[in-house]
Design a protein around this ligand. Structure first.
Ligand code: ADP
Ligand code: MG
Length: 264
């Protein structure tokens, strides 16, 4: 479904990623972990087609990414950026309904933007993410966590074959983060359609092993490990976060301690 061969990215003189080889199969739920600057966002941006590789190739469904037209690409891959990329002047509802634009004709998209027509699926997704009371508010007036949920809702409405998420729960409080990761990774039955294939960058290694099937560890732009979540061990994570003081072990005495390695 997605294949990177010898893919690398250099911004000017700064080397950000690779070269890496990677194969992603339909339906996989992949967490990408690594410290800040490891190349997580660059990897997602390469797969989305937002940036082109400096060397190597990126293929989606067996076709070179540059050969896929933008509109078709939006049905194959959807991307939630770290900065959400919402239209601040529009209501939360209009931002969420914009997830339909890859499927709808230009006329229908414009009509939905200008007229008070409401998309039922968008309403359902918004309700599921606890946004029903904020749908008519200007997006710029919402809190960071609410804006993050609007961006997630737009992506659920878009429902692409590959859902790319750059730190999808970074602005959410922990209980909401858990609930949303369950939805994104299809761990709970929901009334809304859940993403098919997911690749998410995460700050928390705990979330990656708990919710995702496969975990890719990046360090200095290279893949340090790529394995089933159940096989990721302390030493794998240590190799990524050597310089930090995070405690990778379970801490049963203090529930508030940085418990980034719990899996029940
Ligand atoms: P992560 O998401 O893991 O924090 P990034 O992929 O954002 O890492 O960045 C990887 C490296 O590439 C970093 O050294 C970063 O400073 C650099 N980088 C990322 N984007 C740009 C850019 N647009 N221009 C120059 N350097 C960049
Ligand atoms: Mg990043």
């Amino acid at each position: 479904m997605c294949r990177l061969v010898g893919a690398s990215k250099t911004y000017g003189v700064r080397h950000a990623l690779g070269p890496i080889d990677l194969e992603i199969v339909f339906g996989e739920k992949i967490g990408v972990v690594g410290s800040s600057g490891a190349g997580k966002s660059t990897l997602l941006r390469l797969i989305s087609g937002e940036i082109t590789p400096s060397t190597g190739t990126v293929d989606l469904n067996g076709r070179p990414l540059p050969s896929i037209q933008v509109r078709e690409r939006s049905r194959i891959v959807g991307f939630m950026h770290q900065q959400f990329d919402l239209v601040p002047q529009l209501s939360a509802r209009k931002n969420i309904e914009a997830g339909n634009s890859g499927r709808w004709s230009l006329f229908r998209t414009l009509a939905a933007l200008l007229l008070p027509i409401q998309d039922l699926n968008a309403s359902e997704v918004a309700r599921h993410l606890g946004l029903e009371d904020h749908l008519n508010e200007r997006t710029s007036r919402l809190s960071g966590g609410q804006q993050q949920r609007v961006a997630l809702a737009r992506l659920l409405v878009q429902n692409p074959e590959i859902t790319l998420l750059d730190e999808p729960v970074s602005s959410l409080d922990p209980s909401l983060a858990l609930q949303i990761l369950e939805t994104l990774c299809g761990k709970t039955k929901t009334p809304v359609s859940t993403p098919k294939t997911v690749i998410a960058s995460l700050h928390s290694p705990e979330f990656s092993t708990r919710f995702f099937d496969r975990v890719i560890g990046l360090s200095a732009g290279l893949i340090m490990f790529d394995k089933a979540a159940s096989e990721v061990g302390d030493s794998d994570l240590r190799s990524l976060y050597q310089e930090s003081n995070l405690d990778f072990t379970r801490n049963h005495e203090n529930e508030n301690a940085p418990q980034i390695w719990g899996r029940d």
